[in-house]
Design a protein around this ligand. Structure first.
Ligand code: ZN
Ligand code: FE
Ligand code: FE
Ligand code: ZN
Length: 264
């Protein structure tokens, strides 16, 4: 299997050295891993959300050095980039172009500067209303998929992280979002971190994984590890769930193109 979503101390809210993540990966049934720490933020930047601009070249260099030191494991250079709005697309593209990433995750964590996954901001849910949050989230995710900036959409229903359930039926909006990914040629991540969050569910929900299979959208696995022992966490469950939804393989990225697959 592969784990493409591994954070590092660079982002300000993860623990352990990069090498510790690699060493834990070597104890797991993983043929390949990729680091995908938070890209420096173009808007609303805070030291506890993402690495700074001066740190970015060091992050890249450190991943490249680990690749030399641990030839037993294929180590990819990825990044997790925020999608804000169309206004920041050009600048995001310019930034991403400067480094030899194997893949770029596109994430929606912010609605108008509100970090929807930050437990310190829960009052915003009451102010905006759960249905409005879900609607805004999926529309912004569609924009992210269509932007052409990203290779993979990460944790596609992370909006459910704290267990909020919309009153409205969002299945049509969710299906449209998956069609967007297919049309834009973007892969989608099965992310196990939701199992460790208040919602206690995998991202995305099995209903959405079945749609990914139906529309033939390629998938990868990510643990969203923010500490070394989380690398590959709950992947047996992810594998079982993905297979039950019809999935047969995970795709491999190299220099921002799909370059092979690993059977599930
Ligand atoms: Zn993070
Ligand atoms: Fe994320
Ligand atoms: Fe992440
Ligand atoms: Zn993430």
């Amino acid at each position: 299997m592969l784990d493409y979503h591994i954070h590092t101390t660079y982002c300000g809210h993860a623990s352990g050295e990069l090498e510790d993540y690699v060493r834990h990966a070597l104890t797991q049934p993983l043929q390949e891993i990729g680091f995908a720490d938070h890209l420096p933020m173009l808007k609303w930047a805070r030291p506890e959300y993402a690495m700074s601009f001066p740190q970015l070249p060091h992050y890249v260099q450190e991943v490249q050095q680990l690749r030399q030191r641990f030839p037993a494991l294929r180590i990819k250079l990825g990044i997790e980039a925020d999608y804000y709005s169309p206004a920041e697309e050009h600048e995001t593209e310019e930034l991403l172009r400067q480094y030899p990433f194997d893949y770029v995750y596109g994430s929606v964590h912010f609605l108008d500067g509100w970090a929807i996954d930050d437990p310190r901001n829960m009052h915003r849910w009451d102010e905006m209303g759960v249905d409005a949050v879900f609607e805004r989230y999926f529309h912004q995710l569609q924009q992210a998929a269509r932007s052409g900036l990203f290779d993979i959409i990460s944790h596609p229903d992370v909006v459910k992280k704290f267990g909020h359930r919309p009153g409205k039926d969002f299945s049509a909006l969710i299906e449209d979002t998956i069609k967007c990914c297919k049309e834009a040629n973007v892969a989608v991540e099965i992310n196990t971190s939701g199992l460790r969050k208040p919602v206690h569910e995998i991202y995305p929900a099995p209903q959405m994984i079945r749609l990914l299979h139906h529309y033939d959208v390629p998938i990868v696995f990510g643990s969203d590890a923010h500490s070394p022992e989380e690398v590959g966490k709950d992947f047996a469950f992810a594998r079982k769930t993905a297979k039950e939804c019809g999935m047969q393989e995970l795709v491999i990225f190299q220099q921002r193109t799909i370059d092979g697959a690993i059977p599930l």
